[in-house]
Design a protein around this ligand. Sequence first.
Ligand code: HPA
Length: 272
Amino acid sequence: MTIENIREAVAFIQSKTQVQPTVGIILGTGLSGLANEIEAIDTIEYEDIPHFPVSTVESHKGRLILGNLGGKAVVAMQGRFHYYEGYSMQQITFPVRVMKLLGISHLFVSNAAGGLNTGFELSELMIITDHINLLPANPLTGPNLDELGVRFPDMLDSYDPALVAKAEALAQEHKIEGIQKGVYVSVPGPNLETPAEYKYLSIIGADAVGMSTIPEVIVARQMNLPVFAVSVITDLCYEGRLQKVTVEEVIANAMKAEPKLTELMKRMVASL
Ligand code: HPA
C-alpha cells in the first residue's frame, strides 16, 4: 500500500461526488440504522474504487455513503473489513487513510463485542475509553508513510476524552439508557473465546472483546484524527452468564441496541 494508491482512491471518489466530508463513520454491527439517517447524496461501491478491498461478510454491504447527517457532511463506510476474513492490516485500514485524505476531521466507529465486565447487560452500549491490541499484526508494520504520520505514534487519549465526556452528557440529557464506558480488547477470531480466555481478557483489564476497530484506530491516531468509538454488547462472557452464542443472537442483540446507538451517534455528529 503506497501513498499513490491512497491518492488514486481519493481522486476517484472526488471525481464521483461533490461532498466534502468532515466526519468519517465506520458502520459496524449495530449501526446499519444510522445509514438510513444519512441524507445520502452519492453512494460508491467499494468494488469500483481503485485499491479498495471488497467485503466478503454477507451481513456487511460494501459501499461508501456520502451525504449529510446532523447538519454535517459525512462519509460512511457501510461494510468494514476484518482480519479473520483474510485481509491484511493494510487492506483493513486503507479506507480510513482514504477518508482522512478526503478531509475528515473526526472518525466515529461502532462494533459488536462480548461483555467481560460483570456490570454489563445485553444490548447495552460501551463507550470505548481505551484498548488492548491482541491482534497478531499491526497496520503500521513496514515502511512508514511519512506523509501520513510519524513512525512511532503516541496512543495516549486515543479515544478522545472530550468526545467521551460529550457522549455521556448527551446520553444523560436525552435519556439514552444503558450506557457504559470501558476498555475494548481485539482478538483475531473468528472463533469466540474459551471460558479461560474470557477470564484472562478480563484479568488483563478489558471490559469488552471483539474482532475489529483497533487497526482502524491505530491508523487514525497516526494521522492525528480524534476517534469516538462505541461497542454494542451482544453477548455476555463472564461467569454465571456465559453460554453458547450464535451469530444470529449476536446480530439480534445488536439490532436491539441500534435505535439508541443511532441516536447517540447522530447527536454526536451534530454537536461537533
Ligand atoms: N468475542 C469476540 N468477539 C465478539 C464477541 C465475543 O464474545 N461477541 C461479539 N464479538
